[in-house]
Write a protein that binds this ligand. Structure first.
Ligand code: GCO
Length: 264
């Protein structure tokens, strides 16, 4: 008798910020493993509809819900709507995030607060309203999308690092409080991936591009598809005793001090 520990058939997964980039890649991974997908976007209905059609074009069972993850009233209303229209949420991926690249001494307080609101407060807000059902059902999976900046600093991304560092500890505290209800809460820390978010710093010949390729033992930028396996693992029975962990998917960046340019 073979059991597929990674099977997500019959599960409903909500992925925030899943209309493009890493969010879409991870959502597709959960869909390929059988999950019904709740695709959240916030920018426009048109962009959300286009993304949902993209999922459906691959035969995935996807539904779009347009709401601002930083607005608690809207989050609460939409969670209720989703659970009555599609089904109870078994898997939550808090992926929605923004970045503002500004030296700290020049950064406006409102910009600093906006980054924390989207990248740190919204995972709390959405989790708070999804976990109530999970606690009642004594079952659930929550995955918070962290970053290299959960561990490392970098010029110009101070607010982002503060938020992603905080998200690592929020993940651990959620695991502390909710694991007793058979809810596993973990994080995924993507390294440097080829997405629209990194496009400004991933230009051929751009010093940062060469730095990252040299700084990453794998010698390349990540492909968003590289996150699908870790997402399926943390969303499935395969991780039923894994909680409070951050899985860094970074091609080895955090494992090494790096190397001088004259070394292979
Ligand atoms: C940056 C990048 C990073 C990556 C990612 C690294 O400006 O340094 O955009 O923030 O996107 O978060 O883990």
């Amino acid at each position: 008798m073979s059991i597929n520990l990674f099977d997500l058939k019959g599960k409903v997964a909500l992925i925030t910020g899943a209309t493009h980039g890493l969010g879409m890649a991870m959502a597709k991974g959960l869909g390929y493993a059988g999950a019904t997908l709740i695709i959240n976007g916030a920018s426009s209905q048109q962009k959300l509809d286009k993304a949902v059609n993209d999922y459906k074009s691959e035969g995935l069972n996807a539904f779009g819900y347009l709401f601002d993850v930083t607005d608690e009233t809207s989050v609460q209303k939409n969670i209720k709507k989703i659970e009555s229209e599609v089904g109870v949420i078994d898997i939550l991926v808090n992926n929605a995030g923004i970045i503002k690249r500004t030296p700290l001494e020049e950064m406006e307080v409102k910009d600093f607060e906006q980054v924390l609101k989207v990248d740190l407060v919204s995972p709390f807000i959405v989790s708070k309203h999804v976990v109530k059902g999970m606690i009642n059902r004594e079952s659930g999976k929550i995955i918070n999308i962290c970053s290299m900046m959960s561990e490392l600093g970098r010029n110009s991304v101070g607010a982002y690092a503060a938020a992603k560092g905080g998200l690592k500890m929020l993940t651990r505290n959620m695991a502390t409080e909710w694991s007793k209800h058979n809810i596993q809460v973990n994080g995924i820390g993507p390294g440097y991936f080829a997405t629209s978010q990194t496009a400004p710093i991933r230009i051929d010949g751009h010093p940062f591009n060469d730095f990252i390729v040299g700084r990453t033992p794998a010698g390349r930028w990540g492909d968003p598809k590289d996150l699908q396996g870790p997402a399926i693992f943390l969303a499935s029975k395969a991780s039923d005793f894994v909680s409070g962990q951050i899985v860094y998917v970074d091609g080895g960046i955090l494992a090494t001090i790096g190397k001088p340019s004259n070394e292979d």
